[in-house]
Write a protein that binds this ligand. Structure first.
Ligand code: FES
Length: 108
């Protein structure tokens, strides 16, 4: 496998329903994962962009959390409807989406 240009981690961590931290799974990470998978496939980007689910990324309170390397950009409260923008503007276009970035105090 060739080294990907970008690696996207989508937190799919789950916790019990009564856990005060909540989780990205409870906040809707699965539709985000599905949207990335569909959109990367339909755009033939699997050779350039790697998608992985992950355990907790540390920004639970603003999940679903999506982390993009090599830049180390953390996106917060990602919805399936955000995925096309992330792919087209950031992963392909090279410009991270400022309005979706997690606050610096949570991730800097
Ligand atoms: S549960 Fe997703 S960042 Fe912690």
């Amino acid at each position: 496998m060739a080294k990907p240009e970008k690696h996207v981690f989508v937190c799919s961590h789950s916790r019990p329903a009564d856990d005060p931290k909540g989780s990205c799974e409870a906040r809707g990470s699965q539709p985000v994962i599905d949207a990335f998978s569909e959109a990367l496939g339909s755009r033939n980007l699997w050779g350039r962009i790697k998608l992985s689910t992950s355990s907790c990324l540390g920004t639970c309170e603003v999940g679903p959390s999506v982390l993009v390397y090599p830049e180390g950009v953390m996106y917060q409260k990602v919805k399936a409807s955000d995925v096309i923008d992330i792919i087209e503007k950031h992963l392909v276009g090279g410009e991270p989406i400022e309005s979706l970035k997690a606050p610096a105090e949570l991730w800097s």
